[in-house]
Every structure is written in structure tokens, then in C-alpha cells.
Design a protein around this ligand. Structure first.
Ligand code: UD1
Ligand code: CA
Length: 495
């Protein structure tokens, strides 16, 4: 910006209509708090200084703002005596302020930096004392109305409760975002009165003060009025959330991402997608998820803070803090927990859960397994139904499997244990001791059959009856086989 710029964000109000223990501006949509979205827009115009006015639940709100914008100035408004009072508190905390001051609200999550920039530039170019970012709406109820004279010049903002019947017909409203010449603002703030229907110090009264002093005042009508809409309750929060999601999807589709069903796809504001990514229905990409070119995600997949490689395929999966390599495949029905890392062309298949698991390039865990606290070398195949028993009831331990190993179905790796490169294990092995490279580990003893066990130990049960029927049929056939015809019994005729 040409002049130095201060942005004041008002966030002291209680937001009681949320009916929540969480402050209104902290409610999230598309992966960021409402005020988080506003602060991103504000930072995009690179102001010299950001001042946030906090009041209700100031500890949580202040901590949140500081975590997002460490050098934001926090101004505490002890009692919410109106927007004019809030800005006075902000200016006192800001210290000496020159140039332009923009006032915005902390609950307008669709606000874009570009709109603030255009507004500030017009304000400065016109050398106004006050500029209003106004909007023309169908139902202006509740908003301050922008009152213009016969020439169309802005004269005042009149609040709903103070408006005449004729003024209530005006559909041009004050969005709440105002720009000021800092010197004018400093002079006007002490002159605000609270002699109005709400008994508050209205910031909007500055318009009248500027006019009376013969200073320039103007309004810039924003076309995209949703950018300045606030969410006061959870119904509006959901509506703004859906709209913001729609805008995010639209931007990605313009940038070359296929979204098969925008109505059931949710993408957070901070997600990054490459060209030719395809997103199938019922998919949520959340947090700081990054997806590489040509990857296909979904259907019915939720990924939070995941990194998906070029050309990877992730089907019906729930994942968090997982890194999936290029050309790898995941799913269907996989559960990727934090610390999962799958190498290039690797596979995590159906009904597999992974956690703190580094699985190498071309390595596969195809079926029905739990892989926790493990390292699996490149090219290794883990048999179906394998459990990495990482927890001894007290502490967690790691399992390491080398390169190009082949482990049998239904194994249990009792950690800590190491299986060497090129080693193998038989089906049903419980691996408690290290397996040297190239060795085959088998732990199940030779099979022993105890004849007639069911009939003896389970007599009178369907199990015993079934066993007895099979045994007697077996006896009959073996008799027939020996030519002892004439014995009675089912199927005992000539054949
Ligand atoms: C305000 C405007 C109105 C505008 C509308 C747009 C005034 C007098 N009125 O009305 O012209 O059309 O916004 O939504 O400015 N806040 C504080 N401290 C306070 C009071 C408010 O921080 O003492 C914050 C609130 O948290 C909120 C914002 O300022 O984020 C607006 O306050 P609110 O009471 O909702 O103003 P409105 O009556 O809606
Ligand atoms: Ca309001």
C-alpha cells in the first residue's frame, strides 16, 4: 500500500447466539477459525500493524490470534460499549498511528485480501476521511443503512433501531468494514456519543462527523456481499462453510483438478492440489493435506494433514499425518494413523491399519493387518492377517523387517524383533526372536490330530453330532469300499 496501513479487527463480542462454550470467532470452517480466515485476508494486504480487539473469553481468543499472527497488537475491551468504543480501545493500544486505518470484524470468514486491497486503494486515491465498504442486499434488516442525499453523496449510516420507516427501505447497507484517515479517526473517536437506541458508541457516527466537518466521505459497493457476511449462529456458520467450500472447489477446478461431485466434497482452505488430481465423491481433504499430480482420491476418503504422491491411488480410506509415495495404492478400507509412510509404488490394502510405520518402495501390506511401530524394507511382502504386536502392556516396541522379505499369512511379530533382508516366515508364525537374513522362520509345531475329540469332550452338542455323523458316514463308505455290501445305512444300495 502507498500509505502505511493499520488494520483493526473487532472480536470482543460474546456471540451468544452460537450457544457455545467456544467463542464465536474461534468456530472453524474449512479448516480455519472464522478469525483465522479474516487474518489471512488482512495479512494479504501487508499492513504495518494488525490490532485485534478482544473482550469475551479474551485468554483463548488472544492466544489463538497470537498463534496465527505473533506480532498482532491485542487490545482489551473490558466492556462491549459499541464498535466506536472498541476502535477507541484499539487506537489507544496501537500508539501513534498515521496513514490509513481499516476496521474489520473477526467473524467474516469469506473476506478476501483482494477486496480489502481494492477498498483501501480507492479510499486513499479519493483522499477521504471515511470510506464505507457497502453492499446492496435483499433483506437489509438489522444492518446500518447507508443514507445518501439527492446527489447520491453519502451522508450518514443509520442503525436499524434508530432508522425512520423510510430509511429502513434502503437496501444499501454498511458491511461493517470501514476505512479512515488515521488523523481524522483520532479526532473523531472522542466525539462519539452514546445517545442512541442501543446506548452504545457507534463507530458509524464518524460518517456524520466527517460530513459536518466538510470532509470527504464515500462508499464502495462490494458486488460479492457474502465476503462481508458474518456468522452469528450455527445455521449461518454452516451456510458460510458450504459457500466457502464451494469457492475453494471452484478455484481448484479452475486450476485443473477434477471434482466429480462438488456437493459431497470438502476441501479445507490450506489444502494444496496439483494439476490433474481427481477427487471422487464423499471425500474430505483437511488441514495441510497436499496431493500430487494425477493422484486419484476417493470415493469416501478423509485425509487430514496427509501428503499424497504423484499418481497415487487412495480408495475409501481414513488417514491422518500419513505420507503416501508416488504411484502407491491405499485401500479400500484402510486406516492410516500418524507416522505412516508408504514408499513409491507400495501398497496398503483392504482392512489394514498402520501407525508409525515406514513401509519401503514397492513393499506391500495387502490384506487385513495391523502395522504399528514398524519399518518394512523395500520390495517386502507382508502376508495376509499379520499383526505387529508393538505393545507389551507397558511400553511400545519396534519391529524391523528387511528388504525383499516374504512373511507368511497370519503372522504375529512380537516387538522388539528384526527380520533380515530376504528372510521368510511360514504361515501362522509367531516371531519372537530375530530372523537372520535369508532364513525361514517357522514357529508352529507339526500338526497333531486327536481323533474323536469332539464326540468325547463335546458330547450332546451340534458339534459332536456333526462329527459323529461324518465319522459314521466315513465308516460306511470304507466298508463299502471293501465290498461288504448288504450292511444297512443310507446310500448303502448298489452303485
Ligand atoms: C454493526 C454496524 C452496522 C453494520 C453491521 C454489519 C455499528 C454501530 N453498526 O452493527 O452499521 O451494518 O455491524 O454487520 O457499528 N464489537 C466489539 N466490541 C463492541 C461491539 C462490537 O468488538 O463493543 C464487535 C463484535 O464482536 C462484532 C462487531 O464488532 O464482531 C460488530 O458488532 P455488532 O454488535 O454485531 O454490530 P451490529 O449491531 O451488527
Ligand atoms: Ca452483527
Amino acid at each position: 500500500m502507498a500509505n502505511n496501513l493499520t488494520v483493526i479487527v473487532l472480536a470482543a463480542g460474546g456471540g451468544t447466539r452460537m450457544k457455545s462454550k467456544t467463542m464465536k470467532v474461534l468456530h472453524p470452517l474449512c479448516g480455519r477459525s472464522m478469525i483465522g480466515h479474516v487474518l489471512v485476508a488482512v495479512q494479504a494486504v501487508q499492513p504495518e500493524r494488525i490490532v485485534a480487539v478482544v473482550g469475551h473469553q479474551r485468554e483463548q481468543v488472544s492466544a489463538h490470534i497470537t498463534s496465527l499472527v505473533p506480532d498482532a497488537v491485542l487490545a482489551v475491551q473490558e466492556t462491549q460499549d459499541g464498535t466506536g468504543h472498541a476502535v477507541r480501545v484499539a487506537m489507544e493500544s496501537a500508539g501513534s498511528t498515521t496513514g490509513t486505518v481499516i476496521v474489520a470484524y473477526g467473524d467474516t470468514p469469506l473476506l478476501e485480501g483482494e477486496s480489502l486491497r481494492a477498498f483501501a486503494e480507492e479510499h486513499e486515491a479519493a483522499q477521504r476521511a471515511v470510506s464505507i465498504l457497502s453492499g446492496v442486499v435483499e433483506t437489509p434488516f438489522g444492518y446500518g443503512r447507508v443514507v445518501r442525499n439527492a446527489e447520491g453523496d453519502v451522508e450518514a449510516i443509520v442503525e436499524e433501531k434508530d432508522a425512520t420507516a423510510a430509511q429502513r427501505e434502503i437496501r444499501e447497507i454498511n458491511s461493517g468494514i470501514l476505512a479512515f484517515d488515521a488523523d481524522f479517526l483520532a479526532e473523531a473517536l472522542p466525539r462519539l456519543s452514546n445517545d442512541n437506541a442501543k446506548g452504545e458508541y457507534y463507530l458509524t457516527e464518524t460518517v456524520r462527523i466527517a460530513r459536518d466537518a466538510g470532509l470527504t466521505v464515500g462508499a464502495h459497493v462490494i458486488d460479492d456481499v457474502m465476503q462481508t457476511e458474518g456468522a452469528n449462529d450455527r445455521i449461518q456458520l454452516a451456510a458460510l462453510g458450504r459457500e466457502l467450500n464451494r469457492r475453494i472447489l471452484t478455484r481448484w477446478m479452475r486450476d485443473g483438478v477434477t471434482v466429480m461431485d462438488p456437493d459431497t466434497t470438502w476441501i479445507d482452505a490450506d489444502v494444496v492440489l496439483a494439476e490433474d488430481v481427481t477427487i471422487l465423491p464423499g471425500t474430505q481433504l483437511l488441514g495441510a493435506t497436499v496431493v500430487g499430480e494425477d493422484a486419484v482420491i476417493g470415493p469416501d476418503t478423509t485425509l487430514k494433514d496427509c501428503e499424497i504422491g504423484v499418481g497415487a491411488r487412495v480408495v475409501r480410506t481414513h488417514g491422518e499425518l500419513a505420507v503416501i509415495g508416488a504411484g502407491a495404492t491405499v485401500g479400500p478400507y484402510s486406516y492410516l494413523r500418524p507416522g505412516t509412510q508408504l514408499g513409491a509404488r507400495g501398497k496398503i490394502g483392504g482392512f489394514v491399519e498402520t501407525k508409525n510405520a515406514v513401509i519401503g518402495d514397492d513393499a506391500k501390506v495387502p490384506h487385513l493387518s495391523y502395522v504399528g511401530d514398524a519399518e518394512i524394507g523395500e520390495g517386502t511382502n507382508v502376508g495376509a492377517g499379520t499383526i505387529f504386536a508393538n505393545y507389551d502392556g507397558v511400553a511400545k516396541h519396534r519391529t524391523t523387517i528387511g528388504r525383499h522379505a516374504r512373511t507368511g499369512s497370519n503372522n504375529t511379530f512380537v516387538a522388539p524383533v528384526t527380520v533380515g533382508d530376504g528372510a521368510g516366515t511360514g504361515a501362522g508364525t509367531v516371531v519372537r526372536r530375530d530372523v537372520p537374513p535369508g532364513a525361514l522362520a517357522v514357529s508352529a509345531g507339526p500338526q497333531r490330530n486327536i481323533d474323536g475329540w469332539a464326540q468325547q469332550k463335546r458330547s450332546g452338542t451340534p458339534q459332536a453330532d456333526a462329527a459323529e455323523a461324518a465319522a459314521s458316514a466315513e465308516r460306511d463308505t470304507s466298508h463299502e469300499g471293501r465290498g461288504e455290501v448288504g450292511k444297512s445305512g443310507p446310500g448303502g444300495g448298489e452303485s
